[in-house]
Design a protein around this ligand. Structure first.
Ligand code: BEZ
Length: 252
């Protein structure tokens, strides 16, 4: 996963990730008493919501910081620290669920992740997920890339945002049957006057590691935010140009 989380900030300022995730949980068709893995469960908010619906939930996440929050808040749920591209469960489950996680996994690691999910599911088990799809945050990344270039740095895109066709192909290669797929725009309001600046600072960390001059870091951020005002700031509010890829598949 391409990030070290500021767990408190993520939980306080970006709760929309879980609020939107609620609608992804509604896509699950298995009986509510099924066993379920929340893959990339983060601070456990959706794991708890799934538990409350009746699912027998366990959560996996790579972030020790987020899992510490999850375990304190929801001690009734087993949370395990593991990498989504290299995990195995003691017993296969009926459902693997994931929200807003797979874009953090590099393209060349997706197949390993899908192999782990396949192994974690019972035959015909249900795989339901949503993450950033093709075109996600395109205005933000294009603007950052342009500003990086102007200051002599190259912008290394830290996310994987595939098309439906690309991801369906990966799923089929990994022995899943695709049952449902949709790619849709979801402009997302960011809280406060500094909403976009805060979003970039929390989520777009790794590209800034090549910027060795602190003044340049600040100027790149200021310039990018200023430029994006034309397209992403409306009626006193910031909106991020999110595009979601939502899919359902079953394990063959
Ligand atoms: C997303 O949920 O699409 C996302 C969030 C933060 C950074 C990149 C993508």
């Amino acid at each position: 996963m391409n990030i070290t989380w500021d767990a408190e900030k993520y939980t306080e300022d970006f709760s929309f990730v879980h609020q939107y995730g609620e609608s992804v949980t509604e896509l699950i068709e298995s009986d509510v008493n099924s066993t379920l893995l929340d893959l990339g469960c983060g601070n456990g908010t959706l794991s708890k919501s799934l538990l409350d619906k009746g699912f027998r939930v366990q959560g996996i996440d790579a972030s020790k910081e987020l899992l510490e929050l999850a375990s304190v808040k929801y001690p009734e749920i087993p949370f395990i620290q593991a990498d989504a591209t290299d995990f195995s469960l003691a017993k296969p489950v009926d459902v693997v669920f994931s929200n807003a996680v797979f874009h953090w996994i590099d393209a060349d690691k997706q197949a390993s992740m899908l192999r782990c999910v396949h192994r974690a599911l019972k035959e015909n088990g249900e795989f339901v997920f949503e993450f950033g799809g093709h075109g996600n945050n395109q205005l933000i990344h294009e603007s950052l890339a342009r500003t990086f270039e102007e200051y002599g740095y190259s912008y290394d895109m830290p996310f994987y945002f595939p098309t439906i066709a690309e991801y369906a192909t990966l799923l089929e290669k990994a022995q899943f049957k695709v049952n449902y797929a949709i790619l849709f725009n979801r402009p997302t309001e960011l809280e406060g006057e500094d909403g976009l600046r805060d979003w970039i600072q929390l989520f777009v960390k790794t590209p800034f590691s090549v910027v060795d001059n602190e003044d340049h870091k600040a100027v790149i951020l200021d310039t990018t935010v200023k430029r994006l005002q034309k397209t992403l700031y409306k009626d006193g509010k910031w909106y991020a140009d999110y595009v979601r890829l939502r899919m359902k598949a079953s394990r063959l």
